[in-house]
Design a protein around this ligand. Sequence first.
Ligand code: KMH
Ligand code: ZN
Length: 280
Amino acid sequence: MTTTTLITVAPTGAESRKSDVPALPVTLAELVATGKECQAVGASVIHVHLRDDAAEPTLDLGRLKEAVAALRDETDLIVQLSSGGAVTDPEDDRLRVLDAEPDMASCTMGTVNFGDDVFLNRWAFIVELHTRMRDRGIVPEYEIFDLGQLTTLRRLLDRHGLPFGGHVHLDLVMNVPGGMPGTAEALVACVQAMRDLPEGTTFSATGIGRGTLPVLLASLSAGGHLRVGMEDTVTYAKGVPVESNAQLVARASAFARLAQRPPMTPADARALLGIPGSRS
Ligand code: KMH
Ligand code: ZN
């Protein structure tokens, strides 16, 4: 049984606008400050989306490299870049994210309706991401938006082999409008489907919006890990805006402690995920 909890913070995302959510970290300085605060209250991984000078989502390679370097300099967090980007980002730009040489990158296991948009992830693109990550020594976090995407993950691993480091870690992204619901029942269905994945596969879970707390509690009780952050929710409680990412991480850490599974250190998270000590 898992005795500690890996907590990932997803501080920014590509969907919320700074003008609507003033507490959203959008500059590099804000991102690094957020990373430090979140590490101090229990985060060990940071899932990064960047913004440009107008606070719009960007996959600019120079900015990505700068962010990876700054987060490595200023924190011990495992740096996970989003290869998902925004729904409008072309595949080539999403693949180029890997050139920034993060510790980890996300790798989504299929296409999903995403509110009024479509988050497109063709099979050939998935294979390319998975293969390039392995070639470059980048550990993937497989993002699962719906039950069938676990079957896609199994197919990927069967046909194209294990990721770099040999450990399989996935993240259930629940309650996206168009994906699986953010319920304990859906999470348990995913856990059952994970039996077909390699021995030792680990998972985190995050619930978008009002799915946040049900998914957090279900994941802890099912032996899973946690992702929280303003990418996934900007509301702390009904009618109460989130003040900071650290507020969400602190709440997740408190629940993890109550569950007798305190937050994992970044060093322990590296060991779990098969990430080499340091690249800098
Ligand atoms: N912004 C979403 C379209 C990821 O980071 O890999 C995709 C996303 C998943 O957030
Ligand atoms: Zn993301």
